[in-house]
Design a protein around this ligand. Structure first.
Ligand code: ADP
Ligand code: MG
Length: 233
């Protein structure tokens, strides 16, 4: 069964008199361990879709099933709990906590959501910081590192819980070429090792090139889906 199953999902934002239909009934299925990218112009609904899959918001209509749970109707706190257990989210603007160090930011989900024991926590945090090349910066605060470095920390934080599903909203938008390649390679390795499912939104041809399945969104509608090279289902 698909890790994500969307059936006629719609999202309408209302602000006073104005209504924006950000998703106009999209249906698709994402298989376990796949590397999937949603592409499309700005305003086409990519962030909206990832936010729905990540339980940051709920659909206005339709049904959305994530890791076997119908998330269409989960309330705020149930959604947050579900996200903490199943999903790693890499936000476009990083969302690092400014009062915590790099190390503490990556440790946070293990501490707050998973309640992982200290020794195991430390081992995992250091391993992930090493993997994204941020070990030497571990005691710095977010405002002492660059945008690209923040993004690498955000990636480490999303992966540290070894979630089943990782959602990444334009994850390489602020990365230089070498770092983007490193981050993509790290994600692929994780997919191969843990069968993690990765779902991106991106404009970045480097990620589009790495994706096995590409869904195109235009004005809230899914207008095309293609598979490319080496897809392993
Ligand atoms: P993308 O990520 O592809 O750029 P978004 O999902 O951010 O697209 O936006 C899709 C549409 O929904 C756009 O027209 C955007 O202006 C609108 N939109 C997104 N978020 C909100 C919101 N919170 N309130 C009202 N309109 C929104
Ligand atoms: Mg967006």
């Amino acid at each position: 069964m698909g890790v994500v199953i969307a059936e006629h999902v719609r999202k309408i934002y209302r602000a006073g008199e104005t209504e924006v239909e950000a998703l106009r009934g999209v249906s698709f299925e994402i298989a376990a361990a796949s590397f999937v990218s949603f592409v499309g112009p700005s305003g086409s609904g990519k962030t909206t879709l990832l936010n729905l899959i990540g339980c940051l918001d709920t659909p206005s209509a339709g049904r959305l099933t994530v890791c076997g749970t119908d998330v269409s109707t989960l309330g705020r706190s149930a959604g947050a709990g579900f996200r903490g257990q199943e999903i790693g989210f890499i936000f476009q603007d990083f969302n690092l906590l400014p009062v915590l160090t790099v190390y503490e930011n990556v440790e946070y989900p293990l501490l707050m959501v998973r309640k992982t024991p200290e020794a195991q926590r430390r081992e995992r945090v250091l391993r992930l910081l090493d993997a994204v090349g941020m070990l030497e910066q571990k005691d710095k605060y977010p405002d002492q590192i660059s945008g690209g470095q923040k993004q690498r920390v955000a990636v480490a934080r999303a992966l540290v819980t070894e979630p089943k599903l990782v959602l990444a909203d334009e994850p390489t938008a602020n990365l230089d070429h070498a770092t983007a390649a490193l981050v993509i390679a790290l994600m692929k390795r994780m997919r191969d090792q843990f069968r993690t499912t990765f779902v991106f939104s991106t404009h970045d041809p480097r990620i589009v090139g790495e994706a096995e399945i590409i869904h195109t969104l235009e004005d809230g509608e899914l207008t095309g889906s293609t598979s490319q090279g080496g897809a392993n289902g």
